[in-house]
Design a protein around this ligand. Structure first.
Ligand SMILES: Cc1ncc(COP(=O)(O)O)c(C=O)c1O
Length: 444
């Protein structure tokens, strides 16, 4: 088939995700290696967002590829009721790298499934049913995870395609405080608000947060926020679920984002970087206290592909590669460099309102006015399929060989953790030029 035929069949016969189907003409990708991927014309792109913030160790890592091939030769599939070498080996590794206290694991095949399991476990364990999530969040596309999603992707699932019982709290966003406060005078009122909700709602099983919010703006919480939220959950007998689907696996300069504040969640979910996205794997990790409950209570959950050997082997390899290449330390070092470069862009461009991040996880938010902080686009425009300024900027960057994610009125910059300073420099140069599109949309 020619590349043209491939694109035509794809757009006619397969769904493009989270979009109106009209006009979808996907780029045909034929190869990817290191921090780059290549289209069918031979043009190379620097991957400045690790695809969907997931290819943490970079593309075509030989050790991970070998682990998949070796496991395929050995044992492709066995029912989850059995055990395998890789199931035990991965569990041992997880005990080493996960926040202490998370010791029992449920393996699925995506982030949304990891969160479905977390919500179900929290409800079964506590006997309560309400879940507090936050407005600027994304937790996945299936019934429970989309119900817990604060961003407008949830709107399409209402009311029939989502579970009941999720209520929303304001997020911790010191650039745009949803409560109109200023840090630190606020005394972390956004956490107090959650305690107020817990006390007045009743029946709250868990609070579910992305410790560093991902797609919805790389919102790094104030220093006191997560420790305070941990205490509120403890004081009120509510579980804390940390969704580390995007923020885990070295992305923020620690194995997991919660490690930045030494906070131990009761349940941690993850996916994406656990295999660097080479194969689909989701993980729901719980404390032994929760696990013990199910010794004498039916664990009413399962998948045909739970603990699928072909998903576990590459996770072991990917985690070992993070260790071998010291990618956690590297994320800190390169993250500082990237942050400095992005802050230089902020000084230069009138359209940049905020630059924030941790490790190799950054957002650049564009605004029409630095004082009023009016965003270029809003949620309604996003769901209506209106042309967004961020998309014009990222399209221009693609023309110039740099792939970067844009979401409503900000960019998410999260390259593979193996990125070099030279690669950062080349991406920043293209970003700098493309930002003129946003600057030029401003009147003065
Ligand atoms: C924080 C977070 N949770 C959950 C998910 C859902 O993961 P998946 O797309 O693998 O279902 C995502 C996906 O982007 C995410 O960023």
């Amino acid at each position: 088939m020619t590349s043209e035929e491939i694109v035509k069949i794809t757009s006619n016969h397969t769904y493009g995700t989270w979009r109106y189907q009209k006009g979808w003409k996907p780029l045909h990708i034929v190869d990817a290696e290191g921090c780059y991927f290549t289209d069918s014309s031979g043009k190379k792109y620097l991957d400045f967002s690790a695809q969907l913030m997931c290819v943490n160790i970079g593309h075509k890592n030989r050790a991970v590829i070998k682990s998949i091939a070796d496991q395929a030769e050995k044992l492709c599939y066995i029912a989850p009721g059995y055990t395998t070498d890789v199931r035990a080996e991965l569990s041992k590794l997880l005990l080493e790298v996960l926040p202490k206290g998370l010791e029992k694991f449920y393996f699925s095949t995506s982030g949304t499934e990891a969160n479905e399991a977390a919500i179900k476990i929290a409800r079964m364990y506590t006997g309560k049913y309400k879940i507090i999530s936050r407005y600027n969040s994304y937790h996945g596309s299936t019934a429970a995870s989309i119900a817990a999603t604060g961003d407008p992707r949830r709107w399409f699932a209402e009311p029939t395609s989502k579970i009941d019982g999720v209520i929303f709290a304001p997020e911790c966003n010191c650039y745009r405080c949803p409560l109109g406060h200023n840090y630190p005078a606020c005394n972390i009122a956004c956490a107090d608000y959650i305690e107020h909700m817990i006390k007045n709602e009743g029946n709250v099983a868990a609070v579910m947060v992305e410790p560093v919010v991902g797609t919805n703006g790389v919102l790094v919480p104030a220093e006191e926020y997560l420790p305070k939220l941990r205490k509120i959950c403890d004081d009120n007998n509510v579980l804390l679920i940390a969704d580390e689907v995007m923020s885990g696996w070295g992305r923020t300069g620690k194995w997991f984002a919660v490690d930045n504040w030494d906070v131990k969640p009761d349940i941690l979910t993850t996916a994406k970087g656990i295999t660097s996205a080479y194969v689909p794997l989701g993980l729901t990790a719980t404390t032994m206290k929760i696990a013990d409950f199910f010794d004498d209570h039916f664990f009413a959950h399962g998948h045909t592909y739970e603990a699928h050997p072909l998903t576990l082997a590459p996770a072991i390899a990917a985690i070992n590669e993070i260790k071998r290449m010291n990618l956690i330390e590297r994320a800190v070092e390169m993250g500082e460099y990237l942050g400095k470069k992005l802050n230089e862009l902020k000084e230069k461009h009138k359209s940049i309102g905020d630059v924030r991040g941790k490790g190799l996880f950054w957002a650049v938010e564009i605004v029409k006015d630095k004082t009023s902080k009016e965003p270029f686009n809003n949620k309604e425009e996003k769901v209506a399929g209106k042309p967004l300024t961020v998309n014009k900027v990222t399209a221009e960057m693609m023309n110039n060989g740099i792939y970067m994610q844009g979401w409503i009125s900000h960019f998410v910059i999260a390259p593979p953790l193996i990125i070099t300073k030279e690669e950062i420099d080349s991406a920043i140069k293209v970003f700098d030029e493309a930002l003129k599109i946003a600057d030029n949309e401003l009147k003065n």
